[in-house]
Every structure is written in C-alpha cells, then in structure tokens.
Design a protein around this ligand. Structure first.
Ligand SMILES: [Zn+2]
Length: 126
C-alpha cells in the first residue's frame, strides 16, 4: 500500500503515530514499540532510537531543573528539604513526560530520512 501523503514526521512522532500513515499507534505500553503498524502494516523493526531520547531528555531536564534550583537557591536560600520537595517531582515530570514523544520523534525522523547503521555496498565497487 503506497502512501502518497506521509504525515509530518515531528507531528507523527510527538503523537506516537506511525511515521508512514500517521494513523496507527507506534507504542505498545510506555516505551515499547509495536512490531508493526496496525493500519498500514509498516514493520517497525527498522526503528532503533537507542539512547537518543534519554540523552535529549537528560540534557533538557538538567538544564531546567538545575537552572531553577540555582535560581531559587540564590534568591531565597530555602532549606534543603524544600529543595527536595520542589525538585524531586519536577525531575520526574521533566524526564518521564517528554521521553515517549522524543522517542517517537526520533523514530519518525529515522524513517523519514531512511537512516540506518552504515552498510558496506560491495557490489558498487566492482
Ligand atoms: Zn502505519
């Protein structure tokens, strides 16, 4: 089945939808990929986001949480228990919240750009 109008990869990834048809769901559970799209049948075995989503989330979360913690510490000097109370839940929110959309976007972009591990094309050298 040919899809002449593919969804915009970032929109499909953020929504957790199939990068080919934009309708089928990409995930089964929180971060587990489905074996294939239930609508168009695209095999998701090509998808390997690796540690990419976690790296982006760590950079984002570190910037937000550490930045806010430093601002609050310099402005108000609150006790340490208040730091723990403030930043503990925020860390969970800014790490677990964007993890799935980031993984979806990276997989959709991988499909869109036909990205894969490097392969030797020995036939063309002859
Ligand atoms: Zn699909």
């Amino acid at each position: 089945m040919a899809y002449s109008q593919r969804p915009y990869p970032i929109a499909a990834g953020l929504a957790g939808r199939c990068p080919q048809c934009g309708k089928g769901r990409l995930f089964h559970g929180f971060l587990t990929l489905r074996p294939k799209c239930e609508v168009c049948g695209l095999d998701f075995s090509f998808a390997d986001a690796g540690d990419g989503p976690a790296v982006f989330v760590i950079l984002f979360a570190g910037f937000v949480v550490v930045g806010l913690a430093l601002v609050v510490e310099f402005l108000y000097q609150p006790p340490f228990w208040l730091h723990a109370l403030l930043w503990g839940p925020l860390i969970l929110l800014v790490t677990l919240g964007p993890l799935r959309p980031f993984k979806g976007v990276l997989i959709a972009l991988q499909f869109h750009h036909d990205a894969a591990e490097g392969r030797l094309d020995l036939d063309k050298r002859q």
